[in-house]
Structures are given as C-alpha cells and as structure tokens.
Ligand binder design. Sequence first.
Ligand code: BYC
Length: 482
Amino acid sequence: MPGDMAVDYDGLIPNNVGLNADPRLRRALESWHPGYLHWWQDRGPDGFQAAEVYLRTAVGVDPEGWAKFGYVRMPDYRWGILLAPQVDGRTIPFGAHKGEAAWQEVPGEYRAMLRRLITVQGDTEPASVEQQRRLGATAPSLYDLRNLFQVNVEEARHLWAMIYLLQKYFGRDGREEAEDLLRRKSGDRDSPRLLGAFNERTPDWLAFFMFTFFTDRDGKMQLHALAQSGFDPLSRTCRFMLTEEAHHMFIGQSGVGRILEATCAAMNKAGIDDPREIARVRALGVIDLPTLQKRANMHFSLTLDLFGSELSTNAANAFQAGLKGRYLEDQIDDDHILTGATYPVLRLKDGAIAREAVPALSALNMRLRDDYVADATSAVERWWNRIIGRAGFDYRITLPHVAFNRRIGEFAPIEADPEGHLLSVAEWARRRDEFLPSADDDAFVASLMRPVREPGKFASWIAPPRTGIDNKPGNFEYVKLA
Ligand code: BYC
C-alpha cells in the first residue's frame, strides 16, 4: 500500500506494511511472537518486567511527531513493523544495476547474500539487549533506568524489523533464520552471536554509555549503508531504524558527558589540578579521566572490528550487486560504480604501517570505517572534550590509532600502542594496562555501581541531565517500580 503510511494498531502486531492483507505473513509472525516474548522474559531486562516505564512508542513514520510517550510495562510494549514511506520511482543508486528500478522483491541471483546481510544486522539487535540484561539493578537514577529500557525495547523492535524482512521475503529459510535469531545468545560458548563485539560483556553503566556512543555509531554507519540498498524494503526499514539509532547515540554521548561533568566538578571543588592524580580523584566518588580514556580505547577498538577486513570481496560483491552502498552514497560525487577507481588503505608492509592505493571496490569496509572514525572523532571533540575544556582542565579524550587492539583485519596479527607504534608481544603484555582498563580500574568502576531509585536523585559519579525526557521536570518518576 504505497503512500498510505498510517500505522495499524488494531492487530497483535502494529504495522504500516498492510499485514492484514497478507494472512500468510501475519500467521508466520504471530507464530514467531510467543518465542519472541519468551526470549524477552528470559534474556531481556532482568527484573523490572512488572514496572511501569515511561516509554516512547513509535506511532507513525513522519520525521515529526512519530512518537507517543506513556507508562508501559515492558512485556506489553507494542513492538511493531515500521517502514519509511516508499519513494516513487526510486532507482538502484550504485553498482552494476545502477539506474534500474529498485527491487520490490528479492533478486534471485543475490538471495543468499541479501539474507546474510539481513541476518547479521538482525543478530546484533537482540545481542545488545542480552548484553545489557543486568544493568537495571545498578542504574544511577530512574532517568537512566528508563533510558536503558527505551534502548532495549527499540533494539528489540529492530529485531522485529529484520524478522519481517526474513519472514516476508525469504520463505522457509527466512523462518529458520528467524528461529536462529532467538536461539543464538550473546557470549554463549556453543551458540554465540555472529559478530565479536556483541559477545563482550557490558558489566557496568560506563560500558553501557561507551557502547551506545561507539557501537551504536557503527549501527548508524551500517544502517546508512543498507538504507542505500537497491532492495527497497531493506532501504525503507533501515531509514526508519536510523531515527531511533540517533537517540541511542545521544544516550551514550550525554551519558559519558554527564560523567565528565561530575568528575570535573568534583576535581574543581577539591582543588585537584592534575586529572592524573587518580587516587585523589577516585576518593571523591567519581571516575577519573584516565580510566575514561582507557574505556574509550577499548570500546572504539572493539567497534572497529565490526567493519570487517579492510579488503573484502564480500563488501565488493554486495556493492556491485546493489545491496549495500557507502555512507551517504547519494551525496558522493562519482560514478557510483567504481570500476577502475582506487582508495587509500592502511596496510602492514614490511613491519610498518603504510598507506596504499587499492581498488576502491575491495576497500568498501575501509571506507565505511574511515567515515566512522571521522564521525566518532568529531563527536568526541564536540560532546566530551568541550566539557573538559570548559571546566578548565588541560586534558583531552583521544581515539586510538586504528591498528590498536584489533582482532579482525590487517592489524589483527600485530600489537600497537594507541599512537600506532608497533609493539613486540612482550612489550604489549608489559604495557597493556596503560592502554586498556586493568582489573583494578574495572573493580573501581564496579564499586561505584549502586542503584539510585529516588526520583530526581543521581549517583555521585554522574551529573543530572540538562532537560528531562519529553520535557519532564527533574523529579519525574520515569520508572514506577512494582
Ligand atoms: N566478528 O569480508 P569480511 C548495530 C567475518 S551494529 C566476527 O572482512 P564483510 C547495533 C565475516 O562475516 C551494525 N566475524 O567482512 C549497534 C566473514 O565471514 P564469512 C550491524 C566477522 O563480510 C548497537 C569473514 O569474517 N550491522 O546495528 O565484508 C546495538 C570475512 O569478512 C567480523 C552490520 O554489520 C566480526 N567483527 O563485513 C544494536 C551490517 N567481521 O561471510 C545494534 C551487515 C567480519 O566468510 N553486515 N567477520 O562467513 C555486514 O555488512 C558485514 O557482514 C560485516 C562484515 C560488515 C559485518
């Protein structure tokens, strides 16, 4: 039903994809639903399922006014299937089929590749909910608790978005993938999630904020690349998901920003000029800046691994097929086909890191990663370093070199410091704790994780936000605990 984007809230599954007119799909989704709810109870937020949470629910897909706020018990949240409006006459923007009408059905020759891309994207969504499962117990305020749950229900909705594509367009294989998405489990030895960073622990709130800043930003880049897809239903799905992703990154940037504010204010009050006086700073009940730097080093490097190898035939094939484009493909001024074009890639050559021009088609992961690094670097400056600077401290959070702490791609076999100097294995082992959080650092952060549940109150290590959600006042009860 192109053009008619009203959301139908009457059935079990809210949607703007005309589910009522497609009984086969509706039945498939309805039979997946109980397993999904079981997954949510079993692997979603631990506890709090009976609490009333002040959540935003998507009720439309126009850029303005698509959301409604209200108290909801999380298992009753209306997870729906929402696609951005179809663009009349849209054509495939890049690759070998550039200029042909965008596909409304799966192109047979690319079926397996497309299914793989959708499955990988889908797998990350429930994974992040699983990773954040236990954070509710130590939330630093009701405001933050509510934000955690907002992120969780929306990531779960993103799972629904991918399930819709699998169930609608991939028949029996799609149904099997949909089951497997509920079966794999973050961090599980036998059946882990597909990508590395989604099997890591999210042990504390600092990890949550760093994850939403760095890893949700990979989500933004990948969703942008998929939003360019010539497979129109995928493009429309990702375009709507991006509106939600922006809010998750806001939670990360403002979360770490509020931690920086609390730290800087405490140092100023105690007359500490040197942020490197870690013991004195920690004694104030706030997180010292060097520990924040090490956590940033860790989350940034783990996230870089999510871009795959610098040189990738998978990425080249997906581009040529018109399935996955570049970041802001429609704003790039070139032929969008890239045969014969080159792109500079950092490589390991004769024991040193050097830039080398390679065929642009093989370097698409690298290009997306470069766009990510630029985006993350400017966000760190704008949101974090400005806070430190305003408080009067001569200290900056910086992002490590792309060769630092990598497990995937060109730099996986070597060790490097955050400036990109190569280190021997022995030197890395000796200096690791300078660059990455030590057991001691983690234990200190863990010691701060005590729940604060009085409306309007915040833990010592994090400042209150400037404004409330939905313009609510400071003492608003964002979560009514059962
Ligand atoms: N871990 O050719 P290569 C988000 C595999 S985040 C484990 O270099 P390719 C979110 C790879 O699968 C965004 N394995 O890579 C954020 C391949 O295996 P096969 C998620 C890895 O395929 C926060 C082999 O190594 N979306 O939305 O070009 C909260 C050779 O790979 C990893 C997407 O990722 C790894 N890190 O690129 C919630 C978009 N990296 O095929 C949500 C969809 C690579 O030989 N995915 N491998 O068996 C893709 O576009 C691509 O699959 C990847 C990998 C970019 C992930």
